[in-house]
Design a protein around this ligand. Sequence first.
Ligand code: IPE
Ligand code: IPE
Ligand code: MG
Length: 231
Amino acid sequence: MEDKNNAIPRHIGIIMDGNGRWAAQRALPRSAGHREGARAVQRTLQAAEAMGIKYLTLYAFSTENWTRPREEISTLMELLEKTLTEYQKSANKKNWRILISGERDRLPAAILAKMDSLVQATAQNKGLTINLALNYGARQEITHAVNRLLKEGIQTITPQDISLRLYQPEIPDPELIIRTSGEERLSNFLLWQAAYSEFYFTEVLWPDFNAAELQKAVADYRARRRRFGGI
Ligand code: IPE
Ligand code: IPE
Ligand code: MG
């Protein structure tokens, strides 16, 4: 029988949302939700690799998240720094390649230094590519691409000219974008690349996300019919 299912997605984008609500449900501080969210990231990376997914873009901190209370921002930055340090130890063993997408301004120098050495140290790895969207905003990304084109003196631009100047031009567009916590919006995530992505929304809060949830999302995606404007 002909298999009408889509193949396993090569690239999945995840909007990891709901850490604060997870903590609130347990009468814990929001920082506890972020810590548990970091564990969910580790589980998800293992699961994605086991499923044969090649690229994972994780929305870790948006350009709009700077509007949060200073204390929460420092918790998030501490966790990010810790995560980067862990990757520094484990990424090469696992053959994972780390990329970072976002603006550099406002990020603490210690994080920038860790980001740079991690990207460099894992550049040749051929396993799972983890693209961390960190201080990321899709409108900023597109604006950045257009500004580069202006500097190059190009008069007329094509969509491909823009695509080639996004943060990670060599990564295919995500076939699937997952958002946890019941919110159904993009919140400035991958606006350009999501033109034909499938969306999967789940009520599960990010700290509760795991391999079974990822498998559910992928199974749902595989059963869909993608038309790309055709019939
Ligand atoms: C996602 O969880 C983590 C980040 C945005 C950094 P939230 O912190 O947004 O959690 P909720 O949406 O308040 O539950
Ligand atoms: C989106 O979540 C950003 C990240 C997951 C990093 P938010 O919680 O910031 O989004 P809104 O404010 O609900 O749209
Ligand atoms: Mg949120």
